[in-house]
Structures are given as C-alpha cells and as structure tokens.
Ligand binder design. Structure first.
Ligand code: WT7
Length: 653
C-alpha cells in the first residue's frame, strides 16, 4: 500500500468521526465572540482588520491605509501608523488603573515562585531596556535570546521591542552550533542567556553552549548578559559577559517608549524548512500585534478581569511568542508561566498548578495530552480542575481520542476544546473553532477565523469540493503574516508563493468534510512534526553526513503514538566504518551536537543502499513504510529494484 493510500485510510476513519459538541447556552450567552462576527468580517473586508487594530491597540499615530498589497507577496499593514509593542503590553494597562493586576505567576521547577503585577513587569522591562541601551543596543539591532522559561525571557523580549531591537529567540534545546548559525545569520549584537535552568529535578546548563558558540572568531556579538537562575558555576569572559543582576537591577526604572513604524521588524524566529538551512521568519509590529491580541481574545473567550491563562509552550517556539509574551499581555491577562517538565517531581504537576493558580484557560499540544492520557485518569482526578473553562490544542493534528480525553477528563465534559491551526509563518491562529459559537468536532480545526480566507485546493490550484482533500492555502493576506525570510526575499517567494498563483502555500495537506469543515492531515513536504516541533528531514540528513563515518543518509518521520512522529534515519557507512551499537550511539550524539537533543533520531538503521529513483531522488515514502513496519509500497520507479530487498535483509540481521 502506498503512503498516500495509507494516509487516505486514516483519513476515512477520521471522517467517520461524527460526534458533535454544541456550545452550552450558558457559555454562548456570555461569550466574547458573537456569531455576527463572521458576517461583519465578510462584509467589511480589510476594514474589519482596521477596526480590530484600533480597538485592540493604542496607536501613537493612526494609520492612513489598512493594507498595501501592491508589492505582493510583500505586504504592508496599517501603513503610516506608529505603535510601541511594550507600551501596549504593559504601560497602558498601568495607566488605565490595572497596575496591581497580576501579569505573571511564575513557578520554577523546584517550586520557587515569583509574581509580577503589570506595574512591576513594566518597571522590569524599562530597566532592561535601559540596560540594553547602555550596552549600545539600539533600534534595528538584533538580540539573540537563549533563555529557559523564566520571567526574564518575557522581560527581554519586551525590552527589545520597546527600544525597537529585533529579538531572535533560540530554543534552549538547540545546540551551540545551531545557536551560532542563528547568531551569524541575524548578525546579533547581544546575547541574553542564563547560567541554566532546572530539568527533571536537576540543574541543567545553558551558558556553556553560548561559550562554545562564540569560541570561534568572526561573530558579531559584543555582549552576553547572563541571568543567574540555578547558581551553577560558569566560565566568565571579561569584557564580554555581564550578569543580568549587575546591569539590570541598578538601571533606571524611567524609560519612555518611542513608537515604531507599523512595519518595523519585531522579531525573527528560525524554523526548519525543506532544505538544510533554517529560515529566519520575519514578523513586524502592527499587524502581528493586532492578530495576536485578536486571536487570543476571541479564540480563548478571554475575560481579562477573571481568567488565568496558561500556555505551556516554550518561549523558543512561535506559540510562546504569540500566546505567552504578546497576546496575553496585550490583552491585560493574568497568566501562569512554568519552567519545568510535566512529570517533576510527579506526574500530577500540571494539574497541581491548575488547582493552585485556578487556571481557567489551558493551551497545550496533542503530544502532551497523549502523554498524560497514558499516565492515567487517576492522576488529574486527584486535583480540583473546576476552574477550567476553555481548552486549546496546537502544534499538530489532534486525534479524536486525545481530543475526547482532554474534554472529558480535563474539561469535566463541558469545557469547549479549540483546535488551533497556524504556523511560525502565519504569526497567529488562522483556523479554529470559536468557543460559544462553533459546534465542535473531535479532531478538526474546522473553520477559518473571521477575517481569514483559507481553502483546500487540488494540484492545479482549484478549490476542492466538500468531501475531498488537497493542499491547504491562504487566499488573502492577513495582518500577522510573515513579511519575509531574513536576508532572503527570493526564498520567501519561492517557498510560499510559487506553488500556486496568488496563494500562500502552507505545506500542509487538508480535507474538507461534508459540512465544508477543514481537517488537517499533516505536512506534504519534507518537514517532520516531532511533539509539535518542526524538524526538517534534510537538516538531519546534512548533520548525519557531516560525520566522517557516514557516506549517505535518509531521514523519515515515522508515525508515533505519543510524539506524533519520530525521527528514523537510514545510513550508509563509509567503507572503513563498522556497523555496531557504538556507531549508532555516536551518530545520535553527533546529531544532538549539530542541531540539538530534539533532533536525535529515535532509530538509526545501517543499510547497504538507499532507494532512489532514476533521477537520484531518495524515495522516502518506501523508507517510511519500512520505519512504520508496513509492507513496502510500489517500488517500480526505483533505479535498482533490488534495493528494498537488500534493506529488508540487512534489517533482519
Ligand atoms: C506546522 C507549523 C502553530 C504553532 C506551533 C507549530 C502543524 C500546527 C496544527 C493543528 C494540525 C498543526 C502544521 C503546520 N500544525 N498546528 N492545530 N492541526 N497541524 O508551529 O513549528 O511553525 O509548525 O505545525 O503542519 O504547518 P510550526
């Protein structure tokens, strides 16, 4: 059976899914979004977004044009407007009398806690902004942020935004090499890091990776600011390294936010594509902030005076940008931030936190939901989860069983589940039910948000009828769309805008059901989704072949019950290298070093040959069949028909 057919089967099963959950009358009655919002968006066109921008943000100078699409696909939103992101996330709430509202409840993995009100967070950000400026960082400069989930991560991002510096957050699970290539690509002037963090009950370090990254000459970094988090000893380079507490704590708490142009770059975030080199996705200010606030408010039915919001994503991913730093603070939300792992010191840690902080809106990933489902219902049952009223899912398709479990066990069979589809590139949620309006279906993200125009099209770019599948596209520009790939405008056009005319190609497969609701089917390109994290097959292949023992490598994502996909690598060794357990361990570690622990293959299989077409393209589909333990599909286009036989034989050994 071919992979496409196999996918098709899974799809048929999915579309048999016919459970439906209408919102309760009670929920609908007080919901933030009313059904009329869909018609408003339709009839108002881009004016709908102009209205959102003015209602949700405080502009310094009002914009004169909502959208300039004359240089498509390079969009300009809210032309002529000026706005400061940090002022909107912080100062204005204090000015409006909400300075005493809690912005962040922080809980460290060891159980230490900190609380920041809006007034306190504003003060910290002003100090950090002054400190960064004193290091010579100014508008337009890039700042690499390599921090764990501690409040300083949010403070650093907002301090950058305040002064117009462009943050580039690098996930703490990436290696020194990955950090260095991102520092180089963005030509970062400053790096903000910490001595480390806590992971599974033990201190874990971060600073050594920064030291390692900056060892080789030729970088652009002039200062490294280090937050003391776990107190582990660190190496120190005078003239480069500075303690956060030395420069931020003593800085002035007076800092006036200057407004920046709506199209001023706000951040770069690297994400894996289909080639070996990660792309620096560029987001700008006005449009990104508008859609972040709009989606956070409507998708989660936010009532900022009483809700406690918790997004479990790390700041290193776009979810942590939009739904930890920007969306919640722009909307004046009280949120929880947790540093550590979900099973430390015990498997009930998340539910203990929900009970302790009375979390009312929880936003997490299917992989976490499936993990907790495996741990058993009796664990969440020990805690009072009655504060929960909305549940969100993001990162990969959520299977109906996990969706049902989430709703039943965590949401007491009544909290609406919103499955939100979006990407690093889209900046904010694009497809999602609206709680209080949408009749939800387990496993489907269902409908584009008001103001967003998505479709499913066939090979030719024609819209498919209900009941059919194809490629997910976005038909109209949207405020938080990426403005390009840092330093590579051609790659931006080529990657997203060349597959279909005048449409953004997302890289996902999707299907419309009989009602026209959208079901996401996973990537159609060489991008894998491991626990909701995006990894490129090519990037891992490049890492493998950079090892002297490897002649050739092919990587596939194999279906996995918990993590969605798992990395499986097939390698051909060089003549002299021995195939044994040692080489497998060596290669796994090598990938960890080149990219980061998250990219380490689950399995590495040493094979004599790789299946290739006559034009030399590796047929990953066949390898995926092997990796998933299926009968191998149609191999008739292979250059050498015996290759799959050879692989099967070598695996039996
Ligand atoms: C890819 C984007 C969105 C922030 C986290 C990931 C997949 C994301 C869903 C969902 C099905 C989803 C897609 C997308 N994806 N959310 N609700 N249902 N698939 O951001 O790393 O940029 O990855 O994640 O394949 O293209 P990202």
């Amino acid at each position: 059976m071919s992979n496409e057919e196999h996918q098709g089967d899974a799809l048929e099963n999915l579309l048999q899914e016919n459970r439906k959950f209408p919102p309760s009358e009670e929920f609908a009655a007080t919901a933030v979004a009313k059904p009329a919002i869909y018609d408003e968006a339709k009839s108002e066109g881009t004016e709908f977004w102009a209205r959102q921008a003015r209602e949700l943000l405080t502009w310094d100078t009002d914009f004169t044009q909502t959208l300039d699409w004359s240089d498509a696909p390079f969009a300009k939103w809210f032309v002529g407007g000026t706005v400061n992101a940090a002022y909107n996330a912080l100062d204005r709430h204090v000015e409006q009398g909400n300075g005493d509202r809690v912005a962040i409840y922080f809980e460290g993995e060891p159980g230490d806690t900190r609380t920041y009100t809006y007034a306190q967070l504003t003060e910290e950000v002003k100090k950090a902004a002054n400190a960064f400026e004193s290091l010579g960082v100014s508008k337009g400069d890039r700042v690499a942020v390599y921090l764990p989930m501690i409040p300083e991560a949010v403070i650093t991002m907002l301090a950058c935004a305040r002064i117009g510096a462009v943050h580039s957050v690098v996930f703490g699970g990436f290696s020194a090499d990955a950090l260095r290539s991102r520092i180089d690509d963005a030509e970062a002037k400053l790096v903000v890091t910490s001595d480390g963090t806590y992971r599974r009950g033990k201190p874990s370090s971060l600073k050594p990776a920064v030291d390692q990254a900056l060892k080789k000459e030729g970088h652009t970094v002039t200062s490294v600011v280090v937050v003391k988090r776990n107190g582990e000893p660190v190496e120190w380079q005078d003239g480069l390294d500075l303690w956060w507490h030395d420069i931020v704590d003593s800085a002035s708490a007076e800092h006036t936010a200057v407004a920046h142009d709506a199209e001023h770059p706000l951040f770069i975030l690297y994400t894996s594509g289909t080639t070996g080199k990660p792309k620096g996705i560029l987001h700008t200010t006005g449009g990104y902030l508008t859609q972040s606030a709009y989606t956070h408010k409507n998708v989660f039915d936010l009532k900022p005076e009483k809700d406690v919001f918790w997004c479990t994503a790390d700041i290193g991913w776009v979810t942590g940008h939009t739904y930890v730093t920007y969306g919640p603070l722009l909307n004046g939300t009280t949120q929880l931030m947790y540093e550590g792992t979900p099973d430390t010191p015990h498997q009930g840690r998340w539910w203990e936190l929900v009970e302790k902080y009375k979390v009312s809106i929880l936003y997490t990933a299917p992989t976490a939901i499936r993990t907790m489902m495996k741990w058993g219902d009796e664990i969440p049952a020990k805690y009072d989860l009655s504060s929960i009223r909305v549940l969100g899912s993001v990162g990969e398709p959520i299977n109906p069983e996990a969706w049902m479990w989430y709703r039943r066990v965590i949401g007491a069979d009544k909290a609406p589940v919103v499955d939100t589809w979006w990407q690093t590139e889209t900046g904010a949620t694009m497809i999602s039910p609206l709680p209080g309006i949408t009749v939800t279906k387990p496993g489907s993200a269902q409908v584009p948000l008001p103001g967003i125009s998505v479709d499913v099209v066939d090979e030719m770019g024609q819209s498919v009828p209900n009941g059919s599948g194809g490629y997910l596209v976005i038909r109209e520009p949207w405020p938080s769309m990426l403005r390009g790939i840092w330093g590579d405008p051609e790659r931006f056009k080529e990657t997203y805008w060349s597959r279909f005319d005048n449409m953004y190609f997302a890289g996902d497969g999707a299907k419309k059901d009989a009602d026209g609701d959208i079901w996401l089917m996973g990537r159609v390109d060489d991008v894998m989704n491991i626990s909701g994290h995006r990894l490129s097959t090519t990037e891992i292949e490049s890492a493998l072949v950079s090892h002297p023992s490897v002649a050739e490598a092919a990587v596939v994502g194999a279906r996995d019950e918990t993590t969605g996909e798992a990395v499986v690598a097939f390698v051909i060794l060089r003549g002299s290298a021995k195939s044994d357990d040692d080489i497998v361990t060596t290669l796994r570690n090598h990938v960890g070093q080149e990219i980061g622990p998250i990219a380490k293959p689950r399995h590495i299989l040493v094979v004599p040959e790789l299946p290739k077409t006559r034009s030399g393209k590796i047929m990953r589909r066949l390898l995926k069949d092997v990796a998933e333990g299926r009968e191998v599909g149609d191999a008739s286009t292979l250059a050498d028909a015996t290759v799959m036989q050879q692989i099967a034989t070598s695996m039996r050994k």
